[in-house]
Design a protein around this ligand. Structure first.
Ligand code: UDP
Ligand code: MN
Length: 396
């Protein structure tokens, strides 16, 4: 898929062609050069990849490293602003003014000198919070959505590790951290649904959404962060599973779906509160819609999971098997179509975007294992008391 900017420029070129051949000659030479040179469109596989990577887990330099990364990001110019700069500079040298037009019709009506006509770059330049390659036009655009609560150290390690990889992959991307507000039960799947809709609301040109646990770090940059014709499972070989797939139908950790694939299955179920089940539910949705799971080579799809304890509020959900059984019945209504949440804060930043949300509570409150034990104990004591009372009555 060619970037919109190139398409717009092609449109300008073809429109001029149809106006007169003479006009075509008058397209700005720099614009023409960019249009005619395929080398300015990012290659499918970037030449700057390095292969296997060592993960830097050192926490002592973390804040400092992120500060440096942030200032580098602030100083870098995107391919869009590079182009704008080049065109503007060249016109300034010739003491000419840049004329911007929004549509072909406008261009024709204005009867401007085609030499200076240029579509405004602001129309195609991505917003703050989207990172774009520095020296070629991206044709792949990926939103990375992270379900999140109270894992700030993991997030920092993730950002320090992932940005350099994504920059090398020459894709346009934005990172969306979806932060669940409050101490209620954690709901990974619902947060991922929120992330999907927030990311596309922010920048509707994404052709891929990657759903990404914050504690998973890719160990090879040949694992390209883009989508495929089928939903893609990316975290195939993870250290905690001895770099082997724990079971064939697994679809958790890191997954990539195009907006069309995600919408076809109505996103994730919103009903999985606490740990487990939501990823298997998604697997079922995908299979039910006649799609298959794509996996790249396990040599490239290696991940390191940062060691961690189970989080408070994300206890195992015992009811997940019952929910899974009825998964396909719920699919048409439970998901993106029934999604509701309240946004507390949206922050679009240089290194990542943070969206803090309230996502509510489970309809039927599920008990933690401790609560179940307490209830069981109360039950036994109750039965015992009733027995004593009955026994007393029969004796008196
Ligand atoms: N998560 C989080 N805070 C929590 C619980 C979970 O941010 O309190 C997010 C985080 O992105 C994490 C993912 O949900 O990587 C999956 O949870 P967890 O790591 O506990 O699952 P597992 O390690 O069993 O895959
Ligand atoms: Mn984990």
């Amino acid at each position: 898929m060619v970037s919109d900017e190139i398409q717009l420029q092609n449109l300008l070129l073809s429109s001029s062609q149809s106006v007169t051949d003479h006009a075509r000659q008058k397209i700005h030479p720099i614009t023409q050069q960019i249009l005619e040179s395929g080398s300015h469109i990012c290659p499918l596989i970037s030449g700057t990849l390095v292969g296997p990577l060592k993960v830097n887990e050192d926490l002592t330099t973390l804040d400092e490293d992120l500060k440096i990364l942030e200032s580098e990001f602030k100083a870098r110019t995107s391919v869009h602003s590079n182009l704008a700069h080049r065109v503007k500079k060249s016109l300034e040298e010739k003491d000419e003014k840049l004329i911007t037009v929004n549509t072909i019709e406008e261009l024709q009506k204005a009867q401007v000198n085609y030499t200076n006509a240029y579509f405004p770059l602001s129309n195609v330049e991505p917003p703050v919070g989207v990172v774009t390659p520095g020296n070629c036009y991206p044709h792949r655009r990926t939103a990375i959505v992270i379900p999140y609560r109270n894992r700030s150290e993991h997030l920092k390690v993730f950002l320090r590790h992932l940005h350099p990889i994504l920059l090398r992959q020459d894709i346009e991307y934005g990172i969306y951290v979806i932060n669940q507000v409050g101490n209620g039960k954690f709901n990974r799947a619902k947060l991922l649904n929120v992330g999907f809709s927030e990311a596309l609301q922010h920048y509707n040109k994404y052709d891929c959404v990657i759903f990404h646990d914050v504690d998973l770090l890719p160990e090879d940059d040949r694992n390209i962060y883009t989508c495929s014709s089928q939903p893609k499972h990316m975290s195939i070989a993870v250290n905690i599973f001895d770099y082997k797939l724990p079971y064939n139908d697994i679809f958790g950790g890191v997954t990539a779906l195009t907006p069309a694939q995600f919408q076809l299955v109505n996103g994730y179920s919103n009903e999985y509160w606490g740990w487990g089940g939501e990823d298997d539910d998604m697997y079922k949705r995908i299979r039910y819609n006649c799609m298959s799971i794509l996996r790249i080579s396990e040599e490239h799809a290696r991940y390191l999971m940062v060691r961690h304890h189970k989080d408070k509020g994300n206890e195992i959900m015992p009811e997940r098997f019952t929910l899974l059984k009825a998964s396909l019945n719920r699919q048409p209504y439970d998901g993106l179509k029934s999604l509701n949440y309240t946004v507390h804060n949206r922050m679009f930043g240089v290194l990542y975007n943070n969206i803090s949300v309230s996502i509510g509570e489970p309809l039927v409150k599920t008990m933690t294992q401790e609560e179940q034990a307490v209830h069981f104990g109360i039950g036994i004591v109750g039965i015992f008391i009733i027995y004593i009372l009955l026994f007393k009555r029969t004796c008196s």
